[in-house]
Design a protein around this ligand. Sequence first.
Ligand code: SF4
Length: 483
Amino acid sequence: MKSDLTKKEACGVFGVRSFDEQNVSRIIYNGLISLQHRGQEACGIATLNENQIHVQKSLGLVSTSYSDRALSELEGRIGIGHVRYSTVGTSTVTDAQPFKIGYPRNGIVLAHNGNLVNYVEMRNELLKNGRNLESTCDAEIIAHKVADELIRTKDIEKAVYNYMEAAEGSYSTGMFTGERELIAFRDPNGIRPFSFGVNDKAAMLSSESVAINVNGIENVQDVKPGEMIIFHEDGKTERKCIMKGEGKHCMFEYVYFSRPDSTIEGRSVYDVRIELGKNLAKEYASNADIIVPVPDTSRSAAEGIARQTGIHVAEGLMKNRYVHRTFIMPEQKTRSLMVEMKLNPIRSILKDKHIILVDDSIVRGTTMEKIVSMVRKAGAKKIDLFITCPPVISPCFYGVDIATHNELIAANHSIAEIQKKLNVDKLCYQSMDGLVKSIGLGNNICKACLTGEYPTCKAQKIADKMKTQKSLTHKRYYEMDHC
Ligand code: SF4
């Protein structure tokens, strides 16, 4: 569960090439099941068998989209899969990934996790050059741009470099060619996570390390920012720095998106969340009776607060695991109803208690208002709300749909006002220092949605404009031709 963060395209990508004769479609299926939390609206698997590329995409969950028969039809030795989240209304099979492009030579297949800031410019350029585009998905733009550059340069290294020169944004990308090469490349800021692992049987790439681990490879590394890796048929791995980058890894991956059993940039997500909780407990005193996490992402932070304070954790809120984001409608009324369907308080735990309620973030504030009201109705007498992330005050252009300043409660209200609006006795946000220390990567994290300072130029320009016109969206900015 999480707060009221409406995430768009917080996707997951998984790729594999086998070095023996095993069929990769089942490995991809297992990988996508492990990445399902990153996107539940659509999924896709593409494989290469001999010279034939097979693609099957579907709306909905991985488990209901691929039968044994479907997986045997997708038999191959190399392949890529994807899970996608987008806002309802734009989620179609046409926009699902991976994308297959019929050129050059035997074609390429590509899927990514992230978001192109200059999507509109790149799309217009491709249309001007006569390319037919089927979807509104930026992975199709990446696929065409790389394919065009491959035709022009006949060199994958140069083609990816030229693509990186033209693109701004986040893109942890997996692709394979009709010539049987599995390739991974990542934007120079390395905003979204991207891992790979190799053993004598297979090479795998994944948005999160956990999907590689469950497929039997323990030793997992990160694709470096600006790096391209080619996994050759003979088992060799070729690593190239295409564009040197500093590394600006999304702090939200640690705070909320990624599974706690994943490791990103050498940091265990679980350990980071424990630290976030411990730090909150150091910064804010509370003599609460119990700590109640909002499931699921806040559990580790609640454990961290408990370790620091000695107050015990109690599961005062139960989550219905079978209500998926697939059914979430964007309207506020439906969103409120979803909170009740998804979460239920346990009265016997909450009644007459002073609680520390723990959650990872507050974006709009509407979902949190609902949760607090639910906890109060269940009898909690006092609520100290601990938030593991500092206030979100600015939009995201790198894959999280935090759309406008208008929507962000902390961009428009003081902490005292938010505390009053949420009806809590104390509101305790993580400090910026506490966040940075807990993640442990120093300056190499993106925290643009917390500071308004973006790691890329166009994003900064758009955000500055949006700050002066608070209802302006990224899309509308381009429509107004401000490129
Ligand atoms: S702006 Fe925020 S959500 Fe977006 S990539 Fe940066 S830290 Fe992550």
